[in-house]
Design a protein around this ligand. Sequence first.
Ligand SMILES: [Cu+2]
Length: 143
Amino acid sequence: MHKSLSTLALVAAFALAALSGALAETPSPPGAKVYFINLKDGQTVTSPFLIQFGLSGMGIAPAGVDKPNTGHHHLLIDTTLSGDQLKQPIPMDDTHRHFGAGQTEATITLPPGKHTLQLVLGDWSHIPHVPPVMSPVITVTVK
Ligand SMILES: [Cu+2]
């Protein structure tokens, strides 16, 4: 009886460890910020245009490198992340661009019209930090 209980406890401990591993969260330091260096909300641009990614209070590391207080940039175009999405790897598609090599700027081509842009830092596994390090959403008009 005693033995089977401790076996059960062991199994439960492993299950918990596996679960917390799957939901691993990377903390961000207080005051960490990402921001657009060269773009303002409401700005008109000509495509293609350069976007410079600002980061303060943290450092850049390439995707796959698990180092405290670091991450890599993501650019969200005409989209945002829901509360649930903030706990998962950021999708990888045309509206969710990853800069996993540690880039701090990018030249983007967008069709004419209004577009929203947002920067989100992701950890080594592309998951936003806790709390998330995100810029405000800005709107640009492409001529
Ligand atoms: Cu990423």
